[in-house]
Design a protein around this ligand. Structure first.
Ligand code: NAP
Length: 254
């Protein structure tokens, strides 16, 4: 008997898991993307794009598509989607696993200021004009309009709306992963004074922290929101093992 799995994506980890599941004949996988990027990388499994319509919409989707298990592999800052997944799985009795990432930790040589949100990050930059490497995602940019004295080097997958509200900026359109040499070169070329990032965790975008450490640059780090509370693994292979265990139970006669 085949098992039907829904993966909530938008991350490198979700794409890796989808790649692993694409080869499985005993598991039908559907990847779900929010639709935030204009040209997402084409997944190796069937996919859908767009919100479900809240918890009720997700419950209906799980039921209508006879989903046997849900893997929440969204970004650690996608808290609404993760909370909806917990509630919808509770209501529908669907097994749920989070495929997440450990938070980045400051180490020797790091100079981090940790803040609660983008507005605090903008304040933490101080009053003196600085060149700021802003890698917070386009939805968090409006907070930095409150600190117009800085020059912002904004990196984003798509051109952010409202970018011109930052009087001095340069846009770098790019999609990760990013390596250390390229991050170091970009920070040097742009004469970056300070880096701002979410504590996203993971390898794909972690090189900017190593580059900042090497160059002796301070980093303003937006802390992680609380996790959803669902069981969590940090490795796509571990998510696959969880699905295999469920598959065993799924196949066993009642
Ligand atoms: P969010 O605030 O937690 O979610 C807002 C709404 O977007 C959800 O209630 C849901 O709409 C819809 N949604 C989110 N993820 C979805 C998915 N994978 N499939 C279908 N619908 C989804 O999410 P967000 O922070 O805007 O993140 C959106 C997407 O970008 C996620 O897939 C996330 O993995 C990815 N991402 C986010 C960040 C970040 O910093 N937040 C960074 C990189 C990638 P309904 O209520 O209508 O179902």
């Amino acid at each position: 008997m085949r098992m039907r799995v829904l993966v909530l994506g938008g991350t490198t980890e979700a794409a890796t898991l989808a790649g692993l599941l694409a080869h499985r004949e005993d598991i039908d996988t559907m990847l779900s993307l929010a639709g935030r990027t204009s040209a997402p990388v084409r997944p190796p499994v069937p996919y859908r794009i767009g919100g479900f319509g809240g918890v009720a919409g997700l419950v209906a989707f799980l039921r209508d598509n006879a989903i046997d298990a849900l893997v929440d592999a969204t970004h650690p800052f996608a808290t609404q989607m993760s909370a909806h997944a917990v509630q919808a799985c509770r209501e529908s009795g669907t097994p749920l696993l989070v495929l997440g990432r450990p938070a980045w930790q400051a180490g020797a040589g790091d100079c981090w200021t940790e803040v609660a949100n983008a507005a605090e990050a903008a304040r933490a930059l101080g009053t003196e004009p600085r060149t700021v490497f802003l890698t917070v995602g386009r939805l968090s940019l409006p907070a930095f309009v409150a600190a117009p004295q800085h020059r912002y080097v904004v990196r984003s997958i798509d051109r952010p709306e409202g970018l011109d509200a930052l009087p001095s900026h340069r846009l770098v359109l790019a999609r990760g992963p990013f390596d250390l040499a390229a991050e170091r070169a970009l920070m040097r070329e742009e004469e970056v004074d300070v880096v701002v990032t979410k504590n996203s965790g993971g390898a794909a975008t972690g090189a900017k922290l190593a580059a900042a450490r090497e160059l002796g640059l301070p980093v303003v780090v937006i802390r992680r929101p609380a996790a959803s509370g669902a069981p969590e693994v940090h490795d796509p292979q571990a998510a696959l093992a969880w699905l295999d265990t469920l598959l065993g139970a799924h196949r066993a006669p009642p």
